[in-house]
Ligand binder design. Structure first.
Ligand code: NDP
Length: 445
């Protein structure tokens, strides 16, 4: 389609050095062809060009003192993609690989994900190339305070409400929130993922993993299959991986792997409640490596490998972008895998998605499957605004309803645009039309 080619050419020329961003834009825009053909008004209003250009990008210096008293300097970012549906909303990532391309891709994906939740949320993403690994708590605190000193000028409860992502967990959110509150002199819930003791929502830590499994369960049910008794592989061992494992256990499935950037453990008997508690202690408090699980429980450790060679019924990539490639997908297909649900953002490469779809493996793109995290962040904002707290059961049941609705909307959009069960098309089309229609209403801004 000419319009699509023109827009993608323009983005390649403008951002040649942003491969992850161009990959994400291309994946979404190409899938929207049937929508653009049916709705010519989107082309007339240059909706694609506008969505591919963030409303605002802030890049700043983050100087901080290490424990030896030496000044270190990192780079901080906030990409404010769109405020069409509400305040900019999306996480902060602290990882040495962070750069503008990665944050623009994540902010772009967030547009459609947040729209799918049907909550009043715009989209953004931010972070820094700071690596919390190996830093003391005091160093992490000084970094967070310096980062927030600049970021606080650009966010607010009705403007931009960041959350966590890779490398930004409960500890970092606490330090960031403390500094924001001090600078702004107001106790508004400007970050989500706060501790429930001071404004956080119950179920926020669980939300992304639980939501991913709720979504996978809906897909299985639609196909007349079930997660009960299913052998499941999980990558990562952080927030999303941990709660994906817990919900799978609760539903009677058997999670058999977890990983980190050094390697993968394989526990064929299943990672049960007790073993998962051990992993949480290892990862969240001791900040150790997943290899220690293999030593402790006497199971296999695959050094430097990912989990995709382990035979499974369902695979849950929950670590990072582009961690499952075409040949991994082929291995999964050959071992009889029925479903791949993305807990992480864009973990499957375009080649992997193609292999899975061509081979009839059900595939849940992250923007639909992992939207539970931002959905409960939205519920945290509502509770903060009302100054009250809902119970665990209440938030969990809202999360479950939201995930069921995202699944139903994505499935019905896939039917409407002629490829039932293609959740890439369905999720992109359902999210996109919601934002695009609002943009038409709001004029050229
Ligand atoms: P965490 O920091 O809690 O955990 C990340 C996990 O991924 C760790 O086990 C980490 O291992 C591993 N990992 C990171 N980078 C790599 C790499 N290059 N290769 C292999 N493994 C890697 O992050 P989250 O669990 O919060 O986030 C995981 C994914 O889920 C990300 O893609 C994030 O964007 C996405 N997501 C998160 C949401 C949330 O609510 N937290 C919401 C929606 C999506 P190591 O310790 O060795 O670095």
């Amino acid at each position: 389609m000419k319009y699509l080619d023109t827009v993608l050419d323009m983005i390649s020329r403008r951002d040649p050095a942003q491969p992850e961003f161009r990959q994400a834009v291309e994946e979404v825009f190409r899938s929207l062809e049937p929508v653009l053909e049916e709705r010519p008004e989107y082309e007339e209003a240059s909706i694609l060009e506008r969505l591919a250009e963030p409303e605002r990008t802030i890049i700043f210096r983050v100087p901080w003192l290490d424990d030896a008293g030496r000044c270190r300097v990192n780079r901080g970012y906030r990409v404010q993609a769109t405020s069409t549906l509400g305040p900019y909303k999306g996480g902060l990532r602290f990882h040495p690989t962070v750069n503008l391309s990665i944050l623009k891709f994540l902010a772009f994906e967030q547009i459609f994900k947040n729209a799918l939740t049907t909550l009043p949320l715009g989209a953004g993403k931010g972070g820094s190339d700071f690596d919390p690994k190996g830093k003391s708590d005091a160093e992490v605190m000084r970094f967070c305070q310096s980062f927030m000193t600049e970021l606080s000028k650009h966010i607010g409860p009705n403007t931009d409400v960041p959350a966590g992502d890779i490398g930004v967990g409960a500890r970092e959110i606490g330090f960031l929130y403390g500094q924001y509150k001090r600078l702004a002199n107001e106790a508004t819930g400007v970050l989500t993922g706060k501790s429930p003791g001071w404004g956080g929502s119950l179920v926020r830590p669980e939300a992304t993993g639980y939501g991913t499994v709720y979504f996978a369960r809906e897909m299985m049910a639609k196909a007349g299959e079930s997660l009960e008794g299913a052998v499941c592989t999980i990558s990562g061992s952080g927030n999303v991986a941990q709660f994906t494992a817990r919900k799978l256990q609760e539903l009677g499935a058997r999670p058999v792997s977890m990983s980190d950037s050094s390697g993968t453990i394989h526990d064929p008997d299943g990672i049960d409640e007790e073993k998962l508690a051990w992993i949480m202690e290892l990862k969240n408090r001791k900040r150790g490596r997943i290899r220690e699980y293999a030593d402790h429980f006497g199971v296999e450790y695959h050094d430097g490998a990912n989990p995709w060679s382990i035979p499974c019924t369902a695979a849950f990539p929950c670590a990072t972008q582009n961690e499952l490639d075409g040949s991994d997908a082929q291995t999964l297909v050959e071992s009889g895998c029925r479903l791949v649900a993305e807990g992480a953002n864009m973990p499957c490469t375009p080649e992997a998605v193609e292999v899975l779809q061509r081979s009839g493996v059900m595939y849940a793109p992250g923007k639909a499957a992992n939207a539970g995290g931002v959905a409960v962040s939205g519920l945290e904002m509502s509770q903060n605004a009302m100054r009250l707290n809902w119970t665990f059961a209440e938030v969990d049941s809202r999360l479950e309803e939201i995930m069921k609705k995202i699944h139903a909307d994505a499935y019905s959009a896939s039917e409407q645009y002629g490829d039932p069960g293609n959740y890439v098309l369905g999720a992109n089309a359902a999210g996109f039309t919601r934002v695009a229609d609002a943009m038409l209403d709001q004029g050229v801004v």
